[in-house]
Structures are given as structure tokens and as C-alpha cells.
Design a protein around this ligand. Structure first.
Ligand SMILES: Nc1ncnc2c1ncn2[C@@H]1O[C@H](COP(=O)(O)OP(=O)(O)OP(=O)(O)O)[C@@H](O)[C@H]1O
Ligand SMILES: [Mg+2]
Length: 465
């Protein structure tokens, strides 16, 4: 049966209810199905198209620029190819096409093209890029704008000071830096501090979150675009060029695709960029600070981070401890945030209650410093003329979680080499604390932990407590 006959048996109306454009041609290139969505995208009616050959409709099309014609000649599918063209109403259109060959047994009988209109998404993104570029410039000129510097990083615990020491060392050079830290641990603060303490301080610091925008736009944004790379593309420098002499902060670099990671590596190795669609090599002098919020080792194992890029970025490697790893710093941070919000809100709060401070030290801070800061901010909003923040100033669902005794602290896989040893350490610590709380009264400690006296005695011997 011919493809046309097969289609006439199917319920063709169904094609008109979907939002993707569908265009089916037979083996000779004649249109046999043209749904409503594609008709809206291209500005042609079904009547104008059906029965006509592709080249009668689009005389400029060739095998090189038409995916349908390419698939008809190669018999191979093309997935997710972007096409840019002016439609019949003269409107600039950008689509994302997947084109598949149709076979009857082994004979090629036609091809189907599925098109998604991404014109508006694209326009929006272009506007965002333009706005972003306009915003970057004034920031550079303005004086007195707040940039984070090392002396504003609050914390005195050993692992934190160790991280700061490394970061200060990083500010003395132009080597790439890789910062690894959980969400809200202060990766951006660290990066700014490094930049503003370095000899690049007078040059731009530009931050880009690599997870925040679609891959195809990220490439143009980073490397720039060249007029003619696609219809409507402007000549636009990328963030590499705009950070010339300064620092480019690539946040969540692991969310980039492997191929884009390879392109970043090339820039780092060769110190020049080529704009998308361009043919000129533009020299750049940019220091890169990149971050991940998962351990780079694990990301490499998962295949989300290129090893070669990792080695290149890892010249200086800083791990920022989570708030749970530096719980000694909690009182200091609480104090700092209270003072900051006092000033901002015109209040006179002195401290948090002992109960809350103890709970803060036990709490599993999944959102790290950002979460602590938010806690204090919301309590400061609730408090009126009292001076001490208590649980009554926290929303009930928050204080409930906060004051729960048996919290599970998410371990960082990097710290675990041997599960039994790790769990053993936790058990040892819990027993040690409980015994000291009950002044070494084994019966009371066993009762509290809900295990038998014999069992506790066995563990005490085992752990040599
Ligand atoms: N040492 C610190 N002293 C004071 N405030 C801090 C400190 N570290 C982080 N903060 C505050 O915590 C919040 C989170 O910091 P930042 O945005 O740098 O974290 P991040 O690691 O980049 O988080 P994400 O992974 O979510 O992007 C910010 O409001 C920042 O001001
Ligand atoms: Mg960040």
C-alpha cells in the first residue's frame, strides 16, 4: 500500500490537535500531510502545500539546508536540528526539528518532520542576554557597590579557616580554581573574595550559572555569536571576551554537556575564543573560577564531569565545609546575622535563646548558611520589642523540625571510605555523649538509648570507652 493510502486510513484529524508541526512527504518529496501547527509556523495553508513538491514550495531549499530533503536522500534520521528561516509571511522563525525516514520493509517511502516552534523562547533568551549585558556594564562603572571580600567571611572553625587560607593563596595567582561546596555554603562569596583580592580586582567579575539557561544559548552566551551564524544573529561578544583581564565565574559547571565542557577546555588551553558561527580566533586573558555542588570525584564517576577539564580546573581546589562540618561557627554566624538584620530592620535583638542555639547546633542544615540566614531573617520579622529570639518567633513547622531530637545528618560521601567504620564512629560518639550525660550510669544510658544493659556494656568494651 502506498504511504498516502495508509495515511488516508488513519485518523488524520489527530495530527491537528498536537502543538508540534508535522510535515510528511512521500519518497519523491511531495507533501502528503501538513498539520495545523506547521501551517501556523510556516504561514502556508494545507491546501497550498498538499500534493506539491518541496522545491515548488521552497525554491531555495537544497539538500544542504532542508532536513526533509536530506533524510530522503540519506535515509537516516536527524534529531533536534535547529532551523532558522523567514516564513511565507516574512516572519523570522526558529524551529527545532526531528526528521525521520519512513520505510516500508526496506524501501524508503517518505519522511516525516516534527517541528517545535522555539522562536519566542529564543527571542526571550536573546532579550535576556541583551539585558544581562547592559546590566554588567553599569556595575563595573559604579563605585561603592558591595563586593564580598575575605574579611566579610564569617567563621573561625578549623576547616573553614583552611578553606579561606587556600582561597587567599588562589588570589595571588591567575590559575584556575575549582570550588566544591554544598548549596548555600558560600561558593559565590569565596569566588568574589578571590577576585577582589587579586590583581584582577579592577577588571570585571562576571558570574554565569551554567544550569540556568538552555545549552544552545549558553554556548552563544559564553563564546559570543557572529553575524550570519544563523538568521538574525547579532555580532555579540561572549562572556569570555567581556571578562577580559578579569574573572569568569562558572557556577555549576557540571551541568554543562560534555561537548560544551570540551569547548571550555579548549579555551583554557589555547587562550582564545571563536564566536559561534565566526572564523576569527580572539585572544582572551580570563581567570576561571568554577564550582560544583557535588563532589568532583563522584561527578566524574557518574560521567557528568570531564576528567580532562577537571584536571585543568583543579589547579587550585577548594572544598568549602558544610555548616554541619563547622557547627562551632554557628553562634558566630547567628550573632552576625542578628546584627545585620537589626541594622536593616531597625530592631534591637540581642541573641537567640539557649534552647534555639542548642537546636541550631544539632539541626541538619541542608541549605547551609543560606538556610541559617533565612531562619534568622524570618524570626526577626516576627519579633517586636523583645530582645531574645525563642521558638515562638519561628513558624511552628520550622520550630518542630528544629527541636526534634533525632535528626538525620546527611553525610558527605567524600568523608566515607568504609561504611562500617563510618557508622561505628557515629555509634561510638552517641554512646560517649550519652554516658557523659548520665555521668557514666550505664543502666540509665541504656534505657535512654532503648538498648539492653548488656548490649551497651558490650559496645563500651568494643569501643574501648
Ligand atoms: N561566611 C559567611 N559569612 C556570612 N554570610 C555568608 C557566609 N557564607 C555564606 N554566606 C551567605 O550565605 C548565602 C549563600 O552564599 P552563596 O550564594 O555564596 O552560596 P553558594 O554556595 O553559592 O550557594 P548555591 O550553591 O546555592 O549557589 C548568601 O546569602 C551569603 O551572603
Ligand atoms: Mg552560588
Amino acid at each position: 500500500m502506498r504511504l498516502e493510502e495508509v495515511l488516508s486510513l488513519a485518523n488524520v484529524e489527530i495530527f491537528n490537535t498536537i502543538t508540534e508541526g508535522i510535515h510528511i512527504v512521500d519518497a519523491s518529496g511531495k507533501s502528503i500531510l501538513y498539520n495545523k501547527a506547521i501551517s501556523e509556523i510556516e504561514g502556508l495553508s494545507e491546501k497550498q502545500v498538499l500534493g506539491k513538491h518541496l522545491l515548488d514550495l521552497f525554491p531555495d531549499w537544497t539538500k544542504e539546508n532542508s532536513t526533509l530533503l536530506t533524510v530522503l536522500s540519506t535515509g537516516k534520521a536527524i534529531a533536534n536540528r535547529e532551523q532558522n528561516y523567514l516564513n511565507f509571511k516574512g516572519k523570522k522563525i526558529r524551529t527545532l526539528n526531528t526528521t525521520l525516514p519512513i520505510y516500508d520493509e526496506s524501501r524508503l517511502v517518505g519522511a516525516v518532520e516534527i517541528s517545535k516552534n522555539i522562536t519566542t523562547v529564543n527571542d526571550m533568551s536573546e532579550q535576556i542576554i541583551d539585558l544581562q549585558q547592559k546590566l554588567i556594564k553599569p556595575v563595573k562603572r559604579e563605585t561603592g557597590i558591595k563586593h564580598y571580600q575575605f574579611d566579610q567571611l564569617i567563621g573561625k572553625s578549623e576547616p573553614y579557616l583552611e578553606a579561606i587560607k587556600l582561597a587567599k593563596r588562589a588570589s595571588k595567582s591567575s590559575s584556575s580554581v575549582l570550588i566544591y561546596g554544598d548549596t548555600g555554603t558560600g561558593k559565590e562569596l569565596f569566588s568574589q573574595s578571590i577576585h577582589y583580592a587579586s590583581e584582577r580586582a579592577e577588571r570585571p567579575f562576571i558570574a554565569q550559572n551554567c544550569a540556568a539557561i538552555p545549552e544552545s544559548l549558553l554556548e552563544g552566551l559564553l563564546f559570543g555569536t557572529s553575524k550570519g551564524s544563523f538568521t538574525g544573529a547579532l555580532d555579540r561578544p561572549g562572556l569570555f571576551e567581556q571578562s577580559e583581564g578579569g574573572t569568569l565565574f562558572l557556577d555549576e559547571i557540571n551541568s554543562m554537556s560534555m561537548s560544551l565542557q570540551a569547548k571550555i577546555l579548549r579555551v583554557l588551553q589555547e587562550n582564545y575564543v571563536r564566536r559561534v558561527g565566526g572564523n576569527k580566533d580572539i585572544p582572551v586573558d580570563v581567570r576561571i573560577i568554577a564550582t560544583t555542588n557535588e563532589s568532583p570525584d563522584i561527578l566524574i564517576k557518574k560521567g557528568a564531569f570531564r576528567k580532562d577539564l577537571y584536571y585543568r580546573l583543579n589547579v587550585i581546589n577548594i572544598k568549602i565545609p558544610s555548616l554541619n562540618e563547622r557547627s562551632d561557627d554557628i553562634p558566630l554566624l547567628v550573632d552576625y546575622f542578628i546584627r545585620a538584620y537589626n541594622q536593616q530592620m531597625g530592631k534591637d535583638v540581642w541573641m537567640v535563646s539557649d534552647e534555639i542555639l542548642e537546636a541550631f547546633k544539632r539541626y541538619n542544615w541542608a541549605g547551609n548558611i543560606r538556610e541559617l540566614k533565612n531562619f534568622i531573617e524570618s524570626a526577626m520579622n516576627m519579633i517586636s520589642d523583645e530582645h531574645v529570639i525563642g521558638k515562638e518567633h519561628l513558624p511552628s513547622h520550622v520550630s518542630e523540625v528544629l527541636l526534634r531530637k533525632d535528626q538525620y545528618i546527611k553525610p558527605d560521601p567524600v568523608n566515607i571510605e568504609d561504611l562500617n567504620a563510618y557508622l561505628g564512629n557515629i555509634e561510638r560518639e552517641v554512646i560517649e555523649h550519652t554516658l557523659s550525660f548520665y555521668h557514666n550510669n550505664i543502666s540509665q544510658a541504656a534505657k535512654h538509648l532503648k538498648i539492653s544493659r548488656q548490649n551497651l556494656q558490650y559496645k563500651i568494651k568494643n569501643y574501648k570507652l
